[in-house]
Ligand binder design. Structure first.
Ligand code: PLP
Length: 222
């Protein structure tokens, strides 16, 4: 199936309140343009340099999502245009995003990445760390960021009940955070679910799915 058909198929499965982020990492601009021409406007990249290059040549009504691990010294390259940073996992990074956003007179939306997988390789903070950040005074001083939700990546496994447990955990973390949120937070987004598990994630409360290979085909990392 073509990229356009893949997008139409996935969209037909998504409830109205769920946002589809097309994960275009490693894919050429021509593929992204095919998605764009099919009406797709939210794209997710996991490398800042690659996202910057694509942003420069693509239409300006695209929303760019940074879904990968973010190094503090690279925030400046995307601060002028990024729409949502999914992978925020510490307060120092939030402070840097705030600082760079201020230079562009913007407010950058951020998600707190929660570690829900059992694998050590996955980034993210514990739910208690996230709670601490949400309640901290330093967060309320950061005027140029807004924490709008949480993000998580389930373990890479075929064990469905394990994935369900991990999604359930992210949802309940979100609920706990929402119950205690303060200034600079408007917790609305639960970013969870990828090509293999986005429908399951939606059952467990996801309202933003990050789908790559089911749209663009498998990736070649060479
Ligand atoms: C690559 C990636 C995805 C998309 O993965 P697919 O399995 O290709 O849909 C989603 N989220 C993150 C954080 C990723 O790095």
């Amino acid at each position: 199936m073509s990229i356009q058909q893949n997008i139409q198929h996935i969209k037909s499965q998504l409830p109205e309140h769920v946002t589809l982020v097309a994960v275009s990492k490693t894919k050429p601009v021509s593929d992204l343009m095919e998605a764009y021409n099919a009406g797709q406007r939210s794209f997710g990249e996991n490398k800042i340099q690659e996202m910057v290059e694509k942003h420069e040549v693509m239409p300006k009504d695209i929303e760019w999502h940074m879904i990968g691990h973010v190094q503090r010294n690279k925030v400046k390259y995307m601060a002028s245009f990024v729409n949502l940073i999914h992978g925020v996992d510490n307060i120092k990074l939030l402070k840097e995003i705030d600082k760079q956003a201020k230079k562009h007179d913007r407010i950058i939306d951020c998600l707190l990445q929660i570690k829900i997988a059992s694998e050590d390789s996955k980034f993210g903070m514990s739910s208690s760390d996230a709670l601490e950040i949400i309640q901290s005074n330093s967060l309320s001083e950061l005027k140029n960021i807004k924490v709008t939700g949480v993000m998580g990546m389930a373990t890479f496994t075929n064990n469905k009940s394990q994935i369900e447990r991990e999604f359930q955990f992210l949802k309940s973390t979100f609920d706990d955070l929402k119950a205690t949120q303060s200034k600079n937070c408007t917790l609305e987004i639960i970013s969870m679910g990828m090509s293999s598990d986005y429908l399951l994630a939606i059952e467990f409360g996801s309202n933003m799915v990050r789908v790559g290979s089911s749209i663009f085909g498998s990736r070649n990392y060479n």
